[in-house]
Design a protein. Structure first.
Ligand SMILES: C[S@@+](CC[C@H](N)C(=O)[O-])C[C@H]1O[C@@H](n2cnc3c(N)ncnc32)[C@H](O)[C@@H]1O
Length: 304
């Protein structure tokens, strides 16, 4: 069954059975210190406009306010690892014996997260650090522009895990002339560096959700690391890319996000797969705990 759940993911994770999910992919906030939102602009013909287009026509641009504020989320944590740790401990508990976790992050926090995941899963269960490389957007001029994300792959068991390499899409050889026509036509399996464009701001795949990840990346993960009929869990689901990849390859999905805007985007995107929509009640906080947390200094508060 396909499910979309609105609520804090820690509460949802605590309600799931141990060893029940074959594949977990998560793309949490990256702790960039900024608010993540996609600014949508509209260009309007206007003789008094400040932009000159084809044939000397003038235009003005307008920011679409509702979109701009609606699909964003805060991405700043006083205690990022303190926020993530209990959720990843639950993820480890929920994974099936042959299951995998894919944890998507970037250069700012990847080293801290890897040490934490080594502690939770055991160093021997670390399998790969996948580099998703892209080339889009502004280019820094004072240092090398950062154009990659990091995806850490951990398995529940160090040796026995789902890895259907033959199910992977294939990529072109860099020097096809060196390998012969048959091999060149077939392409080769990817390495741990995955070149893939970002979701095009004007393409069909775009949902308008800030930080939406490419379907091609998720499809490769789903096909290689799960089997048809399995359940795929994403508890930082955003626009539901993991759900789309799972459903396109005959897996079920369980998607969790606390944001109403994310839930709305997912429901629209995944309508064809008839997901059941659920709300997770907020955990009850004892009065004494509530008082203590309101008195805690801001610098010590985490988002758990
Ligand atoms: C980077 S986005 C995920 C984007 C997603 N991979 C996609 O392709 O659209 C992170 C998401 O985590 C959600 N989130 C942050 N904290 C959460 C929490 N405690 N419980 C549930 N969702 C949370 C945010 O609302 C946001 O939608």
């Amino acid at each position: 069954m396909n499910r979309i759940v609105q609520g804090d993911n820690l509460t949802v994770l605590q309600s799931l059975a141990a060893a029940s999910v074959e594949l977990i992919y998560v793309d949490p906030p990256f702790n960039t210190g900024k608010r993540q939102s996609r600014t949508q602009m509209k260009t309007i013909r206007d003789e008094a406009g400040d932009r000159v287009g084809f044939g000397g026509r003038r235009y003005r641009t307008e920011v679409l306010e509702q979109q701009n504020g609606g699909t964003g989320y805060g991405d700043r944590f006083d205690d990022f690892l303190g926020f993530l740790r209990p959720r990843l401990v639950e993820a480890h508990r929920i994974l099936s014996p042959t299951g995998s976790l894919f944890f998507h992050i970037d250069y700012r926090e990847v080293h801290y997260c890897k040490v934490m995941l080594d502690e939770i899963f055991g160093r021997e269960c670390f399998q790969n650090e996948i580099i998703w490389a892209y080339d889009y957007g502004a280019r820094a001029t004072k240092r090398w522009p950062a154009k990659h994300d990091n995806i850490l792959w951990y398995t529940r068991d160090p040796k026995r895990y789902t890895f259907n390499l033959n199910e992977s899409d294939r990529i072109p050889y860099m020097a096809p002339g060196l390998v012969g026509a048959t091999k060149a036509a077939r392409g080769k399996t990817p390495t741990d560096v995955w070149w893939h464009t970002i979701v095009s701001p004007t393409g069909k795949e775009k949902t308008g959700y800030a930080t939406q990840k490419p379907l091609g990346i998720l499809e490769r993960i789903v096909r290689v690391h799960s089997n048809p009929g399995d359940t795929v869990l994403d508890f930082f689901a955003g626009s539901g890319t993991t759900g789309a990849a799972a459903a396109r390859h005959d897996r079920s999905f369980l998607l969790v996000d606390e944001s109403a805007a994310a839930i709305a985007v997912m429901e629209k995107r995944l309508t064809a797969y008839a997901p059941r929509r659920e709300d997770m009640p907020l955990p009850r906080v004892k009065k004494t705990e509530a008082r203590r947390s309101t008195r805690a200094p801001a610098s010590r508060r985490s988002r758990q």
